[in-house]
Design a protein around this ligand. Structure first.
Ligand code: NAD
Length: 422
């Protein structure tokens, strides 16, 4: 059984985990895996829940919950982001860790899957509070992480500054600098060229590959204007697409003639969000998802495309920048309506691919040019894209089903080859 700290409550995290388990079950059925192996793959290898005390500027002491889950380590060290969000819980972190396992296997990088989270809103903390909280959380999960064991990276609510604090806290404890303990670090601490925009570049690569025609004039809506969404909008716009709408927590904006994404990024940086951008009209969050566009890029959180709104989705194609944005019920409706979904474990794999490249550079104490990084990213993503689309066509599967069959199949094979100890 998957561990539960709030068994009676159906949280969005629990729903995400149910989606992940459903996808695993489908893939396992397709692969003919036996019950024992299915249970192994449905169960995280290690789950740690920690209480993180945070001293606030006014002297108050808050205690928040933190998590680190290693879903699987059969193919290599665990790898996965660190999320700071008030709604995160052990179920969400477990689901995200499981998706990381399949993603790494799908794109052929030698990692298992992990994820971390702290149930806090970083926007409600001062920078000093955030640093103290991050360092204390890292100290609590210290026994789990390390460059050969488990390597965190940025996710929702964290960034390269967070990674610098993680790297420093780990290094101080080790007694020497250990750059390979995290990826998504600042360049000056051993970060990789191309890591900042890697997930978004991957979304662009996946979208253009799935379009299979000139991107000129292709209309796009992007939900989420953070690290992934803002640069995905930028790169798609640079490629010739017309990004007509974007949203973030502050609101949604729309301009049928195409938004000037560079200006919108400038506005969001200044104003704290996209709302109020002068060269656009306001739109509701729900309406953005239902716009009549060629491509919809969900790049915010899980469970936003559900059976409730899927029948009204008019996008011809969904390219999942976020992890788990589409529920299994919505998937069925979209498939029946002929909407192509490029699944998260393929579409957003650019982030972990360049994280892997950063880690390889750290382990060799050597660095590659941005051109070398981009070339390797493209090779790995397009290789996985072609495997997924071929399998989907051959077996009559959706791209998500095919991607899971490949990812789950590789992890199952690794289990079987290694055997059980003792
Ligand atoms: P982020 O914190 O930088 O940005 C999240 C964005 O989503 C923000 O703009 C926020 O305002 C917006 N948002 C939140 N709720 C929203 C809502 N209801 N409607 C519209 N916008 C909303 O996070 P990120 O790193 O960009 O991650 C976004 C997604 O991409 C997550 O699912 C994450 O797991 C996934 N992802 C991130 C990476 C990475 O490298 N950062 C890699 C792979 C996948």
């Amino acid at each position: 059984m998957v561990p539960s700290t709030t068994p009676a409550l159906i949280t969005p995290g629990r729903q995400a985990l149910d989606s992940a388990l459903h996808q695993l079950d489908q893939a396992a059925g397709h692969l003919g895996l036996d019950d024992g192996l299915r249970t192994m793959l449905a169960t995280p290898r290690r789950s740690l829940t920690v209480s993180v005390p945070v001293r606030r500027e006014d002297g108050r002491l808050d205690v928040v919950q933190g998590f680190r889950v290693q879903h699987n380590v059969s193919r290599g060290p665990a790898k996965g982001g660190l999320r700071f969000h008030p709604g995160t819980d052990i179920h969400e972190v477990t689901a995200l860790a499981m998706w990381m396992t399949w993603k790494c296997a799908l794109v052929g990088i030698p990692y298992g899957g992990a994820k971390g989270g702290v149930a806090i809103d970083p926007a409600g903390l001062t920078t000093r509070e955030l640093e103290r909280m991050t360092r204390r959380y890292v100290n609590e999960i210290l026994p789990l992480i390390g460059p050969e064991k488990d390597i965190p990276a940025p996710d929702v609510g964290t960034d390269e500054q967070t990674m610098a604090w993680v790297m420093d806290t780990y290094s101080v404890n080790a007694g020497y600098s250990v750059p390979g303990v995290v990826t998504g670090k600042p360049m000056t601490l051993g970060g990789s060229l191309g890591r900042n925009g890697a997930t978004s570049r991957g979304v662009q690569i996946a979208a253009l590959a799935a379009l299979g025609r000139s991107p000129e004039g292709v209309t796009v809506a992007v939900q989420g204007f953070g690290k992934v969404g803002a640069l995905a909008a930028q790169y798609l716009s640079d490629a010739g697409c017309k990004v007509v709408a974007v949203s973030d927590v502050t609101g949604a904006v729309h301009h049928a003639g195409g938004l000037d994404i560079a200006r919108l990024r400038g506005h969001a940086a200044q104003a704290g969000g996209v709302a109020g951008f002068p060269q656009a009209d306001a739109l509701s969050h729900d309406d953005l998802l239902e716009l009549d566009v060629d491509v919809l890029v969900p790049a915010a959180l899980e469970g936003v495309i559900t059976e409730a709104n899927a029948p009204r989705i008019r996008a011809r194609m969904i390219v999942e920048g976020a992890n788990g944005p589409t529920t299994p019920e919505a998937d069925e409706i979209l498939a029946a309506n002929g909407t192509l979904v490029v699944p998260d474990i393929l579409a957003n794999s650019g982030g972990v691919i360049v994280s892997y490249l950063e880690w390889v550079q750290n382990m060799q104490a050597y660095s590659w040019s941005s051109g070398e990084v981009e070339l390797k990213l493209r090779d790995l993503m397009l290789g996985a894209f072609s495997e997924v689309t071929s399998l989907a066509a051959e077996r009559g599967l959706t791209l998500r089903q095919a991607a899971h069959v490949i990812g789950v199949g590789r992890v199952a094979e690794a289990h079987q080859m290694r055997g059980l100890y003792p």
